[in-house]
Design a protein around this ligand. Structure first.
Ligand SMILES: *Cc1c(COP(=O)(O)O)cnc(C)c1O
Length: 384
């Protein structure tokens, strides 16, 4: 079941799914097997070895394709394994343009792994497309966009970037981890590849590490599938099951993440103890108008700087929180607080980090789906 005929909430539950054949199980079973019996060499039922394909993973991959309005989904062992597969489409000498306000692990795999294989990475501000344009040359093969950006909540105009590369033999990849397809579907805006750390909102319960790619072109899907199978960083059956289960409540969780996010963004903005709040839902956010058109709502991710804040103040605040848990990661039902400079973004040099605003005092919140009154009370006590 699936296709563009169904609306999002229905697709989140039924997209790409068919009832299990043996007993009619409503949820696809966890096919915890590495191999499959053959009647004669090559005589199998579509599965021969679980690196190449596994029925639970197939169910997840079909669901991913459905909710992102793509034709093919690929599930990996982590978000970074998914990014790794995308960069393996490239050859030495090829160039990538990405945003300097980027997930730390993405920056690390680009700079510390792939640069030594001769791939060239440019990091630019992507608030307008001018900086991207200035780096495009005949070697440019990929633009890698993250929007909203992590942790500065910058908004990049996906359609404008897609228009820029149209007809140029340049792929556009979008890390859709923060927004999720509930809020935005980059393939509909002209992107070629959507990537997820399904560890975050898609899984939604902080209980697994999974990555995903979705594309809408068979040739590109085949190339990525070849890399996935050849490199082997696949998602296991149990993890596939967990993300599949998570996706079934994605829309209701996202509604609450957005509601709570809005309440907390406004609370922080009105707090005398807060200097600056980064959230795309504010009217005066630099790209609020683009956020309003390309996203359905503004999500549950917020960053802020405490008044007169130092590194030490930020640490003290995150240590004082009681309902928010101080932890890496995001997108789970529970609220988390993080300190990018020492945690998620520690792998980016301070100088590079501060160029995009990731200062020592910055605190990032992943607002969960608890009662917003309790979350606000918690922030109030920690800030004072
Ligand atoms: C977490 C994250 C990743 C990396 O995903 P893993 O599942 O941790 O490998 C990539 N991009 C963004 C925006 C993330 O938040």
């Amino acid at each position: 079941m699936g296709g563009k005929d169904l609306k999002f909430n229905t697709k989140a539950i039924h997209g790409g799914q068919i009832p299990e054949k043996a007993y009619g199980a409503v949820m696809p079973p966890i096919y915890q097997t590495s191999t499959y019996a053959q009647t004669t060499p090559g005589g199998h039922k579509g599965y021969e070895y679980s690196r190449s394909a596994n029925p639970t993973r197939t169910a997840l991959e079909n669901a991913l394709a459905s909710i992102e309005n793509g034709t093919h989904g690929l599930a990996f062992g982590s978000g970074l394994a998914a990014i790794d597969a995308v960069i393996k489409l490239l050859e030495p000498g090829d160039e990538v343009i990405s945003t300097h306000d980027l997930y730390g692990g993405t920056y690390r795999i680009f700079k510390k792994i792939f640069e030594k294989y001769g791939i060239v990475f440019h990091f630019v501000g992507m608030r307008s497309t001018a900086a991207i344009q200035s780096k495009i040359n005949k070697n440019t093969k990929l633009i890698w966009v993250e929007t909203p950006t992590n942790p500065m909540m910058g908004i990049i105009d996906i359609k404008a970037v897609a228009n820029l590369v149209q007809g140029k033999n340049i792929l556009l990849g979008v890390d859709n981890t923060f927004a999720t397809p509930y809020l935005q579907t980059p393939l509909d805006l002209g992107a070629d590849i959507v990537m997820h750390s399904a560890t975050k909102y898609l899984g939604g319960h902080s209980d697994t590490v999974v990555g995903a790619l979705v594309v809408k072109d068979k040739v590109l899907a085949d190339r990525l599938y070849f890399i996935q199978n050849a490199s082997g960083a696949v998602c296991g059956p149990m993890d596939s099951f967990l993300v599949l289960r998570g996706i079934k409540t994605l829309h209701v969780r996202m509604q609450r993440h957005c509601e709570n996010g809005k309440a907390i963004a406004h609370f922080l903005r009105n707090s005398p103890n807060v200097e600056k709040v980064y959230w795309p839902g504010f009217d005066d956010h630099p790209n609020h108008d683009i956020a309003k058109t390309q996203m359905k709502d503004f999500g549950g991710m917020i960053s802020f700087i405490p008044k007169g804040g130092s590194y030490e103040d930020a640490i003290k605040i995150v240590e004082s929180l009681r309902v928010f848990t101080l932890a890496e990661s995001l997108g789970g039902v529970e609220s988390l607080a993080g300190h990018p400079a020492s945690m998620t973004h520690a792998s980016i040099p301070k100088e590079e980090r501060e160029k995009s605003g990731v200062v020592d005092a910055l605190i990032r919140l992943s607002v969960g789906i608890e009662d917003s009154e309790d979350l606000i009370a918690d922030l109030k006590q920690a800030l004072s």
